[in-house]
Design a protein around this ligand. Sequence first.
Ligand code: PMP
Length: 397
Amino acid sequence: MPSDTLDQFLNENLQELKDQGLYNEIEVVEGANGPKITIKGKELINLSSNNYLGLATDDRLKEVAKQHVESHGVGAGAVRTINGTLDVHVELEEKIAEFKGTEAAIAYTSGFNCNMAAISAVMDKNDAILSDELNHASIIDGCRLSKAKIIRFNHSDMEDLRQKAKEAKESGQFNKIMIITDGVFSMDGDVADLPGIVEIAKEFDLITYVDDAHGSGVMGKGAGTVKHFGLQDEIDFQMGTLSKAIGVVGGYVAGKQNLIDWLKVRSRPFLFSTSLSPADVTACTKAIDLLMESTELHDRLWENGNYLKEGLKNLGFDIGESETPITPCIIGDEKTTQEFSKRLYEEGVYAKSIVFPTVPRGTGRVRNMPTAAHTKEMLDEAISIYEKVGKDMGIIQ
Ligand code: PMP
């Protein structure tokens, strides 16, 4: 007999979300998530994926994945610590360490689960975590799970961080203190001040953790934000995902051997969740190989990002202060932003609106994620659709 209490809870809360316009209808992409997608039979220029380098649909990765379905099957068969560590998992972890310039690395089944796993394996209730106020949800949840005291600092504000680090250190209350930040912030495309963070960490002997989900493949000629600043020997945790620029699925931490050894015996999703499938793992290794061999895809991503930014800026749109290919188009008012995104969709561009509470009230934006796989023709078409909709709605002259 289903629970009446559950039914009532779900129905009331779902209705409330719908009444407030906060219920997220999920759109289904028919086929692959490439530079163009099809939704309900309509072809759209896709400016909303995290497939930065276009590798999610790359033939070379598909070929490797197919070969390993044949040789290794479709599943790993067990958790990593029973007998789900296959040769291909070890090869991927060695490749990640080489790519990131660290002694070792550990792979998880997703970036989200990696943050939950790694933070809580090292930090506990006797510790404190200094966390940028705009950090990703998976960092926030990982911090909560650890039971450490969470101290939020103002976004990329090194004065505020230094003050809070000093207070935490001088209080003598904590065994360990960690600073944790995104490498690239995905809503605005700004880059964390890692040199500033490292300086403060050194001054107070703090642990450093960088989630480079949006920086890997994008910054540092592809190797990430830590490499961009030449700080491979200074950051303790280089966390990243295999699901964005790498194009597949999974997450990882790269760092010193003793850190990785510890995560392998203490992080619960590694111990109790079945490992990544062989096809996924080998496609990731191939992607990293491609990134290490050539910066061609990385260069094309930046070229396309700059092209789109230039085009939208010339039309008179406010594209914020992004330092990466992420191109927000800031509209302001929430309703107008949503209407703008809807009109773009009708004209053939898929670019999601992002509004309060994800970004501050009054800074609603349509966020564009150009990739290496977009052609100039696609970007030109998208820019001319932006022009049409922007003029129709009176957002630009
Ligand atoms: N960290 C950040 C900064 C992210 O943007 C994301 C993905 N949205 C994740 C972690 C989670 O990664 P994954 O999608 O691989 O679980």
